[in-house]
Design a protein around this ligand. Structure first.
Ligand SMILES: [Zn+2]
Length: 438
């Protein structure tokens, strides 16, 4: 018989919950919370979505609150044929629970819930210094609508002192000297997404047999070349310096020296840093051409208009207006119009004070010889919406993921092992014990 957390996760995965359609899955999880004696309060959300809080004490008590944040929605299954088990079956096999959401982020929600259930034992009297809330929101994978609604309508009521959400995770293969060394990366900061549309319209003759000297596709391609050829500056912020310094402790020789003083050896590291896309993504602003569009015409017709989509990701502290001006300069074509399609909030990094330290020791108690470090996340999430409200947010899926599991994110064969579930619950339990009983 599988343990309770595996069965709950399996059932939760079976409630398919694509972004915008989280109601059934959310209602299912809220019922489980009620059965475990938590106080469930539904929060405002659009009709087919669902946001709710499940807490030790009623929110009306207005205690400072430790919030465990997770999202109910999942991304689609992708190529269903390449899954070993049906993506929404929640199959329990080979000591794992399989299915979309097993890691991102239904597995985490179950770990958090099991730990809060444990904390309930301590909450018999009104003596705990904090409330604890499992905050389950919709729409994280799409437009962050859930967290936006929660902040707009329920922020005050939630009274967050700290939020523990998603972001980093446990990884190895970070140290070149000791590739097996496990690291637990707590995300304390994240880049801002800035999605842009470039449009250019040039009326010319229309026949491909006699090319005009300048036409829309040619001018845009040349402008994009200028834009993409320019190397973005490498910027070490406080979080990435702390990251490299910690990794340096687990290296030897010249690597140790260089990583412990990243700013000093920036020149020396530059080439190596530029060769690793993940490292480069946390050290530079990035510009990715994700789409180039013309109206569907025949091969011998010259399209008079072209649209290009850019996915730009900005380091904390980058001024988006200035960034767009730089893009305009690099394109160097006056007629290209730049439209902002989406912009996520930027926020300063969360401090590595007591909440961070208690999470660190909760991890170290569960995982022997683990190294805990802060990271800047290259992707955006719900976290910065809360950081912008002045709340410290720490992002971590508290398990050591294998390479296969990392590949399974938003891909086929997402799964989590029963051991990982248990270890993750233990981390959250330790964290609550450290914060509530010490
Ligand atoms: Zn997620």
């Amino acid at each position: 018989m599988a343990p309770e957390e595996a069965i709950l996760l399996s059932q939760y995965i079976q409630k398919k919950s694509l972004s915008g359609f989280e109601k059934e899955a959310g209602g299912f999880l809220a019922d489980i919370c009620r059965n475990k004696g938590l106080i469930v309060e539904e929060l405002q959300s659009p009709e087919n979505s669902y946001n709710f809080a499940a807490s030790l004490y009623p929110l009306s008590h207005n205690k400072p609150n430790i919030i465990f944040l997770n999202h109910i929605d999942v991304v689609p299954e992708g190529n269903a044929g390449s899954w070993l088990h049906e993506p929404f079956s929640g199959t329990i096999a080979d000591n794992s629970v399989w299915g979309r959401g097993a890691i991102d982020l239904k597995g985490v929600a179950i770990m958090q819930l099991m730990a809060i259930e444990k904390a309930k034992q301590w909450a018999g009297e009104e003596t705990l210094p904090y409330n604890v809330t499992l905050l389950c929101v919709s729409g994280e994978e799409m437009d962050n609508q859930g967290i936006k609604d929660v902040i707009e309508h329920s922020f005050k009521k939630l009274n967050p002192a700290v939020v523990f959400g998603e972001g980093g995770t446990g990884l190895s293969q970070i140290s070149g000297t000791y590739p097996e060394q496990p690291f637990y990366c707590i995300s304390v900061s994240e880049k801002k997404a800035l999605w842009l549309k470039l449009s250019l319209s040039i009326q010319t003759s229309g026949h491909g047999s006699v090319p005009p000297p300048l036409y829309a596709n040619k001018v845009m391609t040349q402008a994009l070349n200028r834009l993409l050829e320019r190397e973005q500056e490498i910027i070490f912020d406080e979080t990435t310096v702390a990251f490299f310094k910690t990794v340096g402790r687990y290296e030897k020789g010249i690597r140790k020296l260089v990583l412990k003083h990243p700013r000093l050896f920036k020149g020396l590291m530059k080439k190596a840093l530029r060769e690793d896309p993940i490292i480069l993504s946390i050290l530079t602003n990035t510009i990715t051409v994700t789409n180039i569009n013309n109206a569907q015409l025949s091969t011998n017709q010259i399209a008079p208009e072209i649209e290009v989509l850019l996915d730009c990701r900005l380091l904390p502290g980058t001024d988006p207006g200035k960034f767009i001006e730089d893009i305009r300069d690099m394109l160097d074509v006056e007629d290209i119009r730049i439209t902002v399609l989406k912009e996520t909030p930027s926020a300063p990094a969360s401090e590595r004070g007591n909440f961070y330290k208690q999470l660190q020791s909760a991890i170290e108690e569960v995982y022997d010889n683990s190294a805990v470090l802060p990271v800047l996340s290259p992707a955006h999430s719900d976290n910065n919406f809360l950081r912008r409200m002045g709340v410290p947010v720490y992002g971590l899926t508290p398990v050591q993921l294998t390479q296969a599991q990392l590949l399974s994110f938003h891909n086929s064969n997402e799964h989590i092992t029963l051991n990982q579930l248990q270890a993750g619950i233990k981390v959250y339990e330790n964290l609550l014990r450290n914060l509530l009983l010490n």
